[in-house]
Design a protein around this ligand. Sequence first.
Ligand SMILES: Cc1ncc(COP(=O)(O)O)c(C=O)c1O
Length: 410
Amino acid sequence: MPDNASVPQLSPPFDPLEGVQAGGPAGAIPFVYGHPDPDLLPVEKIIAATERALRTRGRLALQYGPEQGYGPLLDYLIGKVERDEGLRIARANIMLCAGAAQGLDTAARLFTRPGDVVLVEAPSYHEAIATLRDHPVELRQVPIDGQGLVVEALAKRLEALSLIGRRMAFLYIIPTFQNPAGITLAAERREALVELAAERGLLLVEDDVYRDICFEGRVPPSLFELAGGRGVIRLGSFSKILAAGLRLGWIVAEPEVIQRIVNCGLKGNEGGANPFVAHVVAAFCQEGWLEPHIARLVAHYRTRRDALLAALGREMPDGVRWTRPSGGFFVWLTLPEPLEAEAVLAVATERGVIFTPGARFFAQASEGGGRRNLRLPFSFLSEAQMAEGVRTLAEVIRAKLKIQSSKFKA
Ligand SMILES: Cc1ncc(COP(=O)(O)O)c(C=O)c1O
């Protein structure tokens, strides 16, 4: 008899457009997905770019490509980084990959040894935590506050780990418009982090997929730039700025790192990351369509963020706090003591609203982080859905607070 307990279970089917998700009723308001808004996917322009790619370079586009990725798209990205950030990189610094997710998996495959420690923020992106857990490493977390990673806490953690002889492979960090907390690492902290990492010889894996989704102000320089291009692997993606289904991203790093990845290959992507898609994206970008598209996304997501913040301000009872992200897709909500997100989720689910509770974003569950947190993405739901979802959540939270206070009085 097969041991069913050890057979991996497939997730129940879900359709993000219908809002049907594991554990949630059909038709529920899914405050779950950090997906781009499907109405903003530039379908017609992708059709035109596909036609152009096939008509002009069809025989190249449909062939295996170079491991580093399609050259004209790399050149476009090099130009974009220089235009947006004033940062000059060379062809030797960049390669394509099948999304930032593959970039992280590749970093873990090539730059860890069994038993190494990999450091992650607390909280961090849950899918990245899952990717890292696929490798024989131990995850340790470092707290963040309103300014991002607490660099002194990282220094202490590094000290403690090195005293017991542990090898630290790298720190995985989302310094800009973080998923799940919506927080951006302050400029001074970036400097301090890069200095500490250089002193300790700690590799930084910088996940920068939300950099372009900036609603106000300027994004501080990347860790890659501050480190002078050494000791940092920076991940970018077309998922948030063009279409997640393309599965196309890029890695920026020092030439030796790029060369090593090129030599070892991207797992499952011999012949370069998705050459056909890279040709289509190159055609899209060469038409000059990406910049106005990003400007449209930013305006749209800013309105969505404002709508979510306004709904929270209107509906939530005293004692509930939340972040005010200046970019990205997420608001991070903190419940007052002693409310727990899982308890709120249980009732909210019955009432047709689902969300991802905060504990899922912590790599060291035993430390108990995130118990009072909810991640609320504003990228995917309509303003009306968010308003209704927040109203329901606020009612559930208010009811639970009432029960708590009557228990306390009794
Ligand atoms: C922080 C972060 N990194 C990476 C990804 C995934 O990027 P990609 O689609 O390029 O693999 C996401 C998607 O939600 C994300 O939030």
